[in-house]
Ligand binder design. Structure first.
Ligand code: AMP
Length: 286
């Protein structure tokens, strides 16, 4: 596996792959990898001849007082995991390489960034869209895989790619969970034993909501109350939001009429966890 650290080296690698008529599948990450990330690599491998994984903890998507400094990092472990997952190239630029002196351009995706995490993290998605656009220009992929765990991020990237005519297929990947239901996340490392136990309320609430919707409940407010009840029963968590939104526009909905998403964000002492579930309106899904 090649390890590349500069935009120029990455672009030359991509040019060589493309000149040979081979396709590139890309998995951007912030490292401290887990099985959720590995599943993305496997999906990329099914679509493309050459798989590139990036690791970059992007400072511009963290707000003041958020966890940029303390975000978990373990390059050696990540390198071994990326190689074992079967990737061909690991791209890990540093912050000066991504944002050299004089840097001043950003990508702002407007409407789909306003709700959900955009409410409590106002600059977050501008940072995400900008860094992903820059990574796309370095890696030159035909396919890029993003997890549905970060559902709003996936919607934002799809919107950006469409609006800016980027010739890249964006593939959404299912949420990988721990055996007890918690969505895998690098930030789960922040949870103490009691909080780890308490954090199960997110997936429990989403399961209950999905069952209720499958039984025919169409009122968003009823589903939100159900989820809030389950999550607030855990004293260690503090709700940031519990919302039901249209799965395409991410606007709040009052009734389930088209595909919707219930998305939740909950603060624990050192971690803010997010999770979501798609709500189909045509009855139970297999
Ligand atoms: P991150 O390193 O947290 O920025 O995540 C990198 C990519 O992995 C994003 O596309 C995430 O949505 C995805 N991802 C993170 N956790 C999971 C998970 N539990 N299941 C599937 N994909 C995930």
């Amino acid at each position: 596996m090649e390890i590349l650290r500069t935009v120029e080296d990455m672009q030359r690698f991509a040019d060589r792959v493309r000149q040979r008529g081979r396709t590139i599948g890309f998995v951007p990450t912030m490292g401290y990898l887990h099985e959720g990330h590995v599943s993305l690599v496997h999906i990329a491998r099914r679509h493309a001849d050459v798989v590139v994984v990036s690791i970059f903890v992007n400072p511009t998507q963290f707000g003041p007082g958020e966890d940029f400094e303390s975000y978990p990092r373990d390059f050696e472990r990540d390198r071994r995991m990326v190689a074992a997952a079967g990737a061909d190239c690991l791209y890990c630029p540093d912050a000066d390489e991504m944002y050299p002196p004089g840097y001043q351009t950003t990508v702002c995706v407007r409407e789909v960034t306003r709700n959900l995490c955009g409410l409590s993290r106002p600059a977050h998605f501008e940072g995400v869209a900008t860094v992903v656009a820059k990574l796309f220009n370095a890696v030159k992929p035909q396919y890029a895989v993003f997890g549905q765990k970060d559902f709003q991020q996936l919607v934002v990237i799809k919107r950006m790619v469409r609006d800016l005519n980027m010739d890249i297929d964006i593939i959404g990947a299912p949420i990988v969970r721990e055996p007890d239901g918690i969505a895998m996340s690098s930030r789960n490392k922040y949870l103490g034993t009691a909080e780890r136990q308490a954090a199960r309320c997110l997936s429990r609430a989403l399961d209950a909501v999905r069952s209720r919707a499958d039984e025919g409940e169409r009122s968003a407010q009823a589903l939100i109350s159900l989820a809030r009840g389950i999550i607030s029963a855990e004293p260690l968590g503090r709700i940031d939001y519990v919302k039901v939104c249209d799965a395409v526009t991410l606007q709040d909905v009052e009734r389930l009429e088209r595909e919707a998403v219930m998305a939740v964000a909950v603060f624990f002492e050192k971690a803010r966890l997010i999770d979501n579930t798609i709500l189909h309106v045509d009855g139970p899904q297999p």
